[in-house]
Design a protein around this ligand. Structure first.
Ligand code: ACO
Length: 323
């Protein structure tokens, strides 16, 4: 059976770093309030010329370099984003062009903060079918462009950035190299639309709109849904929380992450946290965190890595990967 193996990982952050102290000058808030409620200390915010596709191109280039591959080796690009440069064409095709790639297929996928998990699951199914050989799976976002910078309840929570992995189809199961995406679990429930949404779009206000969120409701839903879908991944594979090497959750809020790990019986030292320095970068948060934990030597070949996320929709999901 074919398995989708992680060949490389990369990421890119906008140059401008914005601290909580900087935000104190913008809205009625404090560094202490933000740290206590969310764990966020700083985030990166894109300049006008750092569009989602530009961040995605940089992250993709870094992932290709890490894999020791070029675009000639890639035949699929899946980009998870809710903040595309344009309504169309897709950010994925802009990234494809920016990489100088003129073959294969590229498309966007939108599942808000769960986008990267959905993109991994989608690319994995393309590779397992035998139709494609190597995929760039990208999460790229500029949420700063859909924030109401006068709304302190939301503008302090988010940041911009991009991350990418290269997945490669290899014969896997049953060999000593039983690596790759072992399972992916995807869920959604559109009844929760009003809890977390952007109040604009071509079909409504014909403007881009800004992010609206009922924070407490999202928080309450997040811990339960995330733990359920991670448990589903454990059940599907027979792997236990003790066997896990690294838990790399969507980085929305340190309290959600800590509560979820506790409930699942995952030791806190196995939890990768980057929300302190990146804020919530939506679909980019997991590949950004994966890149940090690979580059600093925590995630190594053969390690069992659980990724999970919850986002607007609601959407939520998990994937268990042997690195
Ligand atoms: N600075 C100072 N005070 C603030 C701020 C701020 N930035 N924002 C809100 N407050 C105030 C509120 O006005 C409120 O004041 P009041 O009591 O006088 O009315 C008080 O702080 C408490 O507000 P709550 O919203 O009840 O605070 P809570 O403890 O719930 O924390 C938070 C808010 C951080 C948003 C939390 O609910 C949360 O993290 N929810 C999950 C949100 C999330 O993770 N979303 C993303 C997941 S999905 C995705 O990634 C897209």
């Amino acid at each position: 059976r074919i398995r989708s193996i992680v060949r490389g990982v990369g990421s890119y952050l906008p140059k401008r770093r914005v601290t909580n102290y900087d935000l104190e000058k913008l809205v009625e808030t404090s560094h202490d309030w933000i740290v206590q409620r969310t764990g966020i200390e700083a985030r990166h915010i894109a300049a006008d010329d750092e569009t989602t596709s530009v961040l995605g191109i940089r992250a993709a280039e870094a992932a290709l370099a890490d894999a020791g591959l070029t675009v000639a080796d890639i035949d699929l690009i899946v980009c998870a984003t809710s903040t595309p440069d344009y309504t169309f064409p897709s950010t994925a095709t802009l990234i494809q062009a920016g990489l100088g790639m003129h073959h294969g297929a590229a498309f966007d996928l939108q599942a808000v903060c769960t986008g990267f998990v959905y993109a991994v699951a989608t690319a994995d199914k393309f590779l397992m079918s035998g139709s494609h050989k190597r995929a760039l799976v990208i999460g790229a976002e500029t949420f700063s462009r859909i924030l109401d910078w006068q709304d302190r309840t939301t503008c302090v929570l988010f940041g911009d950035g991009a991350g990418a992995i290269v997945l490669e189809a290899q014969e896997g199961e049953g060999t000593s190299a039983d690596r790759g995406v072992l399972t992916s679990q995807l869920r959604s429930d559109g009844r929760y639309r009003d809890k977390l949404y952007v109040n604009g779009g071509p079909g409504s206000t014909k403007t881009t709109g800004v992010l609206k969120m009922e924070g407490r409701e999202v928080f309450r839903f997040a811990v339960g849904s995330v733990t359920d879908v991670v448990q589903d991944a454990f059940d599907a594979t027979g792997i236990t929380a003790e066997e896990l090497d690294w838990f790399v959750p969507h980085q929305a809020n340190r309290r959600i992450i800590t509560a979820s790990a506790d409930k699942l019986g995952i030791a806190q030292e196995k939890v990768v946290i980057t929300v302190d320095r990146h804020g919530n970068t939506s679909a980019a948060s997991i590949p950004l965190a994966l890149d940090v934990a690979c580059k600093d030597g925590r995630i190594k070949k053969g390690d069992l890595v659980m990724i999970e996320a919850i986002g607007g929709g609601f959407t939520w999901g998990s994937a268990l990967i042997r690195w």
